[in-house]
Structures are given as C-alpha cells and as structure tokens.
Design a protein around this ligand. Sequence first.
Ligand code: ARG
Length: 493
Amino acid sequence: MEQDVVRRGRLTGERSGEMMHFLSSMGADRCIADADILVDIAHVLMLSRQKIIEKDQAGMILSALLELYDNGIPEGAFDDRFEDIHAGIETLLIATIGEEAGGRLHIGRSRNDEVATCLRLRVREDIVRQLSILIRLRETLLILAKEHIDSVMPGFTHLQHAQPTTLAHHLLAHEAAFGRDFQRIAGALSRVDQCPLGAAAFASTSYPIQREFVAELLGFQGVLENTMDAVSSRDFALELLSSLAIMMTHASRVCEELVVWSSGFARFVELDDAFCSTSSIMPQKKNPDTAEVMRAKAGSVLGSATAAFAIGKALPLSYNRDLQELNPHLWRGIRDAKQSTRLLVDMLSSATFNTAAMAEEAGRGYSTATEVADMLVQSHGFAFRTAHTLVGKAIQKGGLDLPTLDRAAEEMGLAPLSKMGVTGNDIAAALDVQACIDRRRAKGSPSPFAVKISLSSRNAILAEDSRILQERMSHYAEAIRRLISDARKEAGE
Ligand code: ARG
C-alpha cells in the first residue's frame, strides 16, 4: 500500500509503529468509514455541478467511490500508517484511478469539515436507531401496564412499604421517563442534523462551492453556518452523551428494581433464564446478571460523557486534534446505551410478574395508614396534622384497631374516636387496599380508572412519536438512495 498522501509533502522521515498507532484514529474511524464514502460522493457531485472539476474526472472518482460503496472498503485503507480513514480512502483512491483524477477529490475541503460531517452523519443514524429502540421499550411498558391495571402491589419510598399502587401505575412511571428521553434525544437530532461541509479547515474556501447543495444531497436539515463553528463544535456529541447518560440512569433504575424484585425477599418477578446466570459453586443459584451488568452500563455511559466533556473543554477555536480523542468515547457511549436498552426490551417482555406475591405485600407495613388519617379528616373534621399524629401514635402502640386509636387519642388529650362516631367498620374500610387504590382517581393516579386514561394518552403520544420518527427515517433513506442514484448517473453507470 502507498504512503499516506497527506503527509508526504511537508514531512519526512520514518515513524515508529507505536507513533503511528498513537496518532491514528483508525480504530474509531471504522464507525465513520461508510459515512465517509457518502460524504465524498456528495462533495464530488457538488464539485462537478459547480464546474470546479471536469465531468469525466468526477465520473472516474465517483465510479471508484461507488465500487467502495457497493463492495466495501478494502482492509488496506484501515492501516494505522494513515492518520485516519479520510487519508486511507484518498490514498487508496489515488492508487486506483491515478492522481490526475483522484487527486481532485479533496479540492475545497479539509479533513476538519470532512470528519465533522462524517460524525454527524453517523450519529444521526445512531440516534434514529436509539429512538426506534426507545419506541419499542415504551411500547413494551405500555403493553405490560395494560395487562396489570388490576395488579395491586406495594409502592415504596426509601424502599419501605409506603402506599399501595398497581403494577400498571409503576410501569407507567418508567414509561414516562423513557418518553422524556425520547424527546431529549429527538431534540438532539435536530442539532446534529446540520452539515459542516464546505467549512474546509475553518475559513471555508475560495472555490465557488455550494454548501446547501451538499447538505441537501446528504439529507441534512440545514447547513452549520459559521465555518469556524462547523469544524470545531462537538456539543452535538456532548448533548447526545448527556441524554444517553440520563436515559441509562432511567434504565438502571428499572434494572435495580428487577434485581430487588427477583430476590427471595420479594419474589415479585421471575426473569427468563436467558437473562440470568448461575453460580459455579452453588448449583441452585439463578442470578439476574443481565440486569446487573445493565445497571453498571449506566456508569459506563456516564463515564463516556464525562470523558467527552473533559476532552472538549477549554479547546481554543477552531479545530484541534484533541477532538479526535473524543470520538471513541462517543461511539462507546452510543453502543453501550443501544445494547442495554435493546436487551431491556426483551428482558421486560419475557419476565413473569408474580402478582400474588405483590398483592400479598401491598397492605403490609401499615401501607394504608394515610387513609385512616384522611378518613378522620374527611369524615370527622380533624386537622390533617392532628390525625397524622394520632395514627402514628397508634401504630407506635401496636396497631390501627379502634381501642389502640382511642388510647392514642387519650394520650393527646382528645376525645376517644369511638365517642366521636368512628366505628371499626370505618377503620377497616379505610385500611382496605383495593378501596384505597380505587379512591385515587386524579390524573396520573394508580386507580384503574385513572390508569386507563393515562394509558390511552400515553399510547397516543407514542403513536405520534413513532410517526415522526418514521418520517425522519424515510427522509434519510430517500436522500441517500437519491445520492447514490445521482452518483451512478454522473458516473455513467
Ligand atoms: N482524524 C481526525 C479527527 O478525527 C480528522 C481530522 C484531522 N485534521 C487535522 N487537522 N489533522 O479529528
């Protein structure tokens, strides 16, 4: 393979393998190799249209690029001796079709705008994939929620039994969080989806280029206007990694619950064997390892985001090679988040919820005590704080039966409840788990009545999100299809 065509003029001397490997971004550039071909094609089409290069030269370059598009980039282009995939492909191209034509590919651009465009093109694809997974994840949660509208379970605060709720209500809480993740990541997409090409090194070029045309060919929503900003900004990566870290924080909370819920203490859920491991010594063990690794991945994604921030901070304008070091963290964060959420869909949809165990626990730990206090407020004119103190004291004395409540009242200098017309039946009715849930009918509450309303609005929002995503996806697919067909025409194929 030839010498790197970028280095050969200004620099002389051999470099050690270690040196080349240190400087090369080849490893991470595998993620943008396909995008680079598309960016090259769009650039050449523009150069030809603007008559910056001759038609037959454009045709030759495009034929060579289409060959790479159709049959893949040969391994030789990924050699570490090249500083990056851009140098690798250009060198390969010149070796294939000669410098007279191939040497014109890089007219009016720099690797700085080239790499920024490739990154945005690839990230755009990754975002669309992540959004599709989020749609499936939310759909899975909504389907499960629909099945468990009447599955009563304990709700927790501080991981202590707090008040009864339903599994549907609990799952809807997770779905709401993933819904916001969808919005955040979709918002990031609109800022990623801007084309930097034509910025060249940072000050653009004096060739009569057409930046909007290239952007349109690649399906971008627009052009990243300021050319210095175009080559040096990576806030799109920071924004995406931050959003993914938040999304993974949400995923880790689901995982944590699956770990706790599948323990022998709770037995709320049985995970499918496929998502579990056993012990090398304890033959009885079934461990929720997938949920544990996924819980840890939230830390890894946050780490990727943190690394990217640390690399990007305090860099003077415009391009600095430091930016190259950010990319592996971007790809790793994207990959970890994508794998985790994809597996989470399957882990959840294959799980079996033990509704009997949940129902058994729902009333434990005086979880309906608030209802007794509320009953005293609503039917007997108590101030809430007084009722709260009274019920708390009765629990401290051993129970929520009428005699114990009366003793608590006496200690507080109040009339006994039995004298005020409170009956054992009133207390039993207040303590009833199902009744306690059914009474909670305000928007977003756990009662089946309120959950059904939530379910229908969440399903409508999901359908709309899904429609918008489909529209974006077909726009991108159509742009790339047209780009390739234009290239084939121009190449005379
Ligand atoms: N490999 C480089 C990167 O990922 C491409 C841009 C190189 N530009 C330069 N001036 N050396 O950032």
